[in-house]
Design a protein around this ligand. Structure first.
Ligand code: M6R
Length: 605
């Protein structure tokens, strides 16, 4: 969460800081700020709200200076207001910070006893004051090292100093941080995406690392203060996918580019000539895998849940699944023959990264299914299976979810085939059907106008429920999550068979209930559960891949997606629930790409 940018240059930096902050807004957007060094002074400007507001402030009162830091905030300590916005500065030092300082209360008390006063409610100000104190005795580098020693938590920092006009210090512990290189200019960024418009040459800090940037040079240190070298990566150019083009917002673009997402992903993994899947070098021989453990957060967790059904159906491997924030604190029995799979769009989600670290500490084999291949999780895994979806900018995950499901399905098929859990002819059939997915998604997207009408049913709703069984249960969870995060309407996702164990009490006259019922082995059972809802006055919106005349006075709307194979139904049934959340949010006038209180990359625990 939160975004950091730092630029050391031979020309004024404020415009590039603003442009980078706009790119970083997906990490946090409740306040923004920057500090530059100008005329031997730290010039700090901050505002609540979006970077656009900061830009307006700069328009009236420009920030000069060839060196500066900027920040977009997703509030953790203290409400989102101007005082709590970053940077946090004293006369001699200015700090931007991602993450959380867990012992900030304790440190604050110590500093207050010394007579120091705090302006904000943030944990960050503790860092500013500790460095300010340390600068009385040490140079900037030593001051930062001595401050870092006192901090507990997970964070990334960018720091500038009034009396050392040429340097920016960056430090990473837990939260990601990257450095970018250009002629006469060096950059610090909480991710490479923010730096991409300025350079494609990037290095990544590892946990405990610190860097000192000047316009000409970057020095890296490890936590023992030893100078270290870093690899410089050349980033790929994703220009087409990082621009919104003619779409109203990134989310609609990302929903509608899913046929391409699916195609790219399938083309990367399926060798049509050899009629096989290009996945080799399993960290554990497929026949020796004892158990698969799938871990993720939010939407990524839902793709894990879909995969659990696939692995159980197609392989004889036992499967466990967990939410990363739970996994990381459970007392687990690690087994070297288990394959631990981490699913994440950003590859920077703090809980997922920590769950992966726990596995590494326990010396078990890890695989990540990732969109951002330059991310921390990808770099720390034994084995990486990218989803090739291109940058996903909308905070609500859509095309990445689709890509995650496709890669998990492909992995499942390959494992099933390698272990001979499925016959070769079935393997070939499943591959052929999978190749039909991009076109089937294209056809599914044509239901948009029906979904637009369906969305109107939510305008006055107090809440809603999404029901499904089997493969459709995770899609019900995903539908509820999408609707909540985009339209701020309460939504619950449930296995349809579970309703009578409690949630049925929520059904009242006119409550919209989305029933996801493909024609699979659960179909009839789901219809019975639906009748229980109808009997209590629920307003049914029916989504299926089976064209049966179901619309009557009890079923308000029905949409049908193409049928390919029961196994693939969750992929196609995802499209209507994405479109539904999108159109409800649009009707309610919500900010589609940046829903309130959220951020794209959740780098705090
Ligand atoms: O980057 P990740 O896939 O690890 O992110 C995990 C969740 O934070 C993310 O999927 C979140 O739930 C989305 N906003 C849902 O649309």
């Amino acid at each position: 969460m939160c975004g950091i940018i730092g630029i050391a240059s031979n020309k004024p930096v404020s415009i590039n800081i603003i442009n980078s902050l706009k790119k970083l807004e997906y990490r946090g957007y409740d306040s923004a700020g920057l500090a530059t060094l100008n005329n031997n002074k730290i010039d700090e400007k901050k505002c609540t709200g979006r970077v656009e507001e900061l830009e307006k402030i700069l328009f009236k009162s420009p920030s000069e200076g060839n060196l500066g830091i900027g920040h977009v905030r997703w509030a953790t300590h203290g409400v989102p207001n101007e005082i709590n916005a970053h940077p946090h500065s004293t006369e001699i030092v200015s700090v931007v910070h991602n993450g959380i300082i867990e012992n900030s209360d304790e440190l604050k008390k110590k500093l207050e006893i010394k007579g120091l006063r705090f302006k904000s409610q943030t944990d960050t100000e503790v860092i500013t004051l500790l460095i300010t104190e340390a600068l009385k005795k040490y140079d900037p580098l030593e001051s930062v090292f001595s401050t870092l020693k006192q901090l507990k938590g997970s964070f990334a920092l960018g720091i500038i100093f009034k009396d050392n006009k040429n340097i920016i210090i960056g430090a990473r512990r837990g939260s990601p941080l990257a450095v970018g290189y250009a002629q006469d200019e060096k950059y610090l960024g909480s991710d490479s995406y923010a730096l991409k418009s300025m350079t494609n040459k990037i290095s990544y800090l590892d946990d405990g690392d610190l860097c000192v940037l000047t316009k000409d040079n970057v020095e890296f240190y490890d936590e023992k203060k030893k100078k270290i070298n870093k690899k410089i990566y050349n980033l790929s150019d994703d220009k087409n996918t990082s621009e919104k083009g003619d779409y109203k917002n990134f989310m609609s673009k990302e929903i509608f580019e899913q046929p391409i997402t699916a195609k790219n992903c399938i083309n990367e993994y399926i060798d049509s000539l050899k009629k096989d899947i290009n996945i080799y070098n399993f960290p554990i021989q497929p026949n020796n895998i004892n158990k698969i453990v799938l871990v993720g957060c939010g939407t990524a967790y839902h793709s894990c849940l879909v995969a659990k059904y696939w692995f159980e159906e197609l392989t004889n491997i036992d499967v466990d699944i967990d939410i990363a924030s739970e996994f990381r604190y459970r007392k687990l029995k690690f087994n070297s023959q288990n394959l631990y799979i981490f699913v994440s769009q950003s590859g920077e989600t703090a809980d997922t990264a920590a769950a992966l670290d726990l596995c590494k500490k326990n010396k078990v084999k890890t695989c990540s299914i990732i969109n951002s291949v330059e991310s921390t999780i990808a770099r720390n895994s034994d084995w990486v299976l990218p989803i090739h979806a291109g940058p996903e900018i909308g905070v609500a995950s859509t095309k990445a979810f689709l890509g995650q499901m496709i890669v998990l399905y492909i992995l499942c098929l390959k494992l099933a085939k390698s272990r001979q859990d499925i016959e070769d002819k079935d393997y070939q059939l499943f591959l052929e059907r999978l190749k039909l997915i991009p076109d089937a998604i294209k056809k599914t997207l044509k239901i948009e106008s029906s979904i637009q009408s369906m969305a109107k049913e939510f305008i006055d709703a107090k809440g809603s429920m999404f029901l499904g069984r089997g493969y459709s249960f995770p899609i019900a969870l995903e539908g509820a999550l999408k609707l909540k995060e985009l339209s701020y309407l309460h939504a619950e996702g449930y296995p349809a068979g579970e309703m009578k164990h409690g949630p049925l009490a929520l059904i009242e006259e006119g409550l919209p209930v989305i029933v996801i019922a493909p024609k699979d082995k659960y179909y009839e059972k789901t219809l019975s559960n639906m009748q229980e809802v109808i009997a209590r006055g629920g307003k049914i919106l029916f989504i299926s891949d089976y064209k049966k005349e179901l619309i009557n006075e009890n079923v308000r709307f029905g949409v049908t997606v193409p049928f390919l194979d029961n196994l693939l139904s969750p992929i196609l049934l995802t499209i209507p629930i994405q479109l539904l959340a999108y159109h409800v949010a649009l009707l309610k006038g919500c900010d589609i790409d940046k829903p309130r209180n959220l951020a794209k990359s959740v780098t705090v625990e």
